[in-house]
Design a protein around this ligand. Structure first.
Ligand code: 5GP
Ligand code: MG
Length: 178
């Protein structure tokens, strides 16, 4: 499919299925080399990362574990505004080698919040693997260790990424048509 329409918007093909899978294989090669014998704990951030997490984890060799977390947003007081909280962490991550799995890192605001919450639980190490990274939008100094593909500041859907709930089941990645 060259274009898809979701709700009121049209998206055009941007990254083909085989290009996505190739970049995931390349990430797995790096992670397998860096974490050999370390039994890393992967933490996928829902909802967007579920397909990437599954395809990446399938290619991890040796002992490895995976669990999933979610950022829940709720309205705080008038002064605190919107508050986001990391929910679903049942594992003891102290002294574990943690690899966060994200679909896309844009400004890095979400990532910073996740990292700060996890560092407080004293893992042995913490790294980030993201399928997509928007360097021009990134505002933080936290290194993004494993990047599948760098992209521009377009709004993307597909392969887990949604537009208002739709598009996650697309095998390719599409960008909003200008
Ligand atoms: P950040 O906090 O880095 O600005 O944004 C992170 C979150 O914003 C991502 O996990 C994702 O949910 C959403 N996001 C950022 N860019 C895009 C995009 O191009 N498409 C979609 N569907 N979501 C995006
Ligand atoms: Mg996300």
């Amino acid at each position: 499919m060259q274009t898809v329409t979701l709700h009121d918007k049209t998206f055009e093909l941007f990254i083909a299925e085989n290009a996505i899978q190739q970049s995931i294989s390349a990430l797995a090669v790096q992670i397998n080399a860096d974490y050999a014998g370390k039994n890393p704990l992967f933490l996928g951030i829902l909802n967007g990362s579920f397909l990437f997490a599954a395809d990446l984890f399938r290619q991890i060799e040796g002992n490895a574990e995976i669990s999933f977390l979610k950022m829940a947003s709720y309205q705080g007081t008038a002064t605190t505004g919107k508050i986001s909280e990391l929910i679903g962490l049942n594992e003891d991550i102290s002294n574990r080698h943690v690899i966060i799995i994200e679909d896309i890192v844009d400004t890095g605001i979400t990532l910073e919040k996740i990292i700060n919450d996890l560092i407080a639980k004293q893992p042995a190490s913490i790294a980030i693997a993201t399928l997509l990274f928007k360097p021009a939008a990134y505002q933080k100094n936290i290194p993004v260790n494993y990047v599948g593909m760098e992209v521009g500041n377009d709004f993307l859907v597909g392969y887990g990424l949604d537009y208002d709930g739709l598009g996650r089941n697309l095998k390719e990645i599409y960008k909003l048509k200008a």
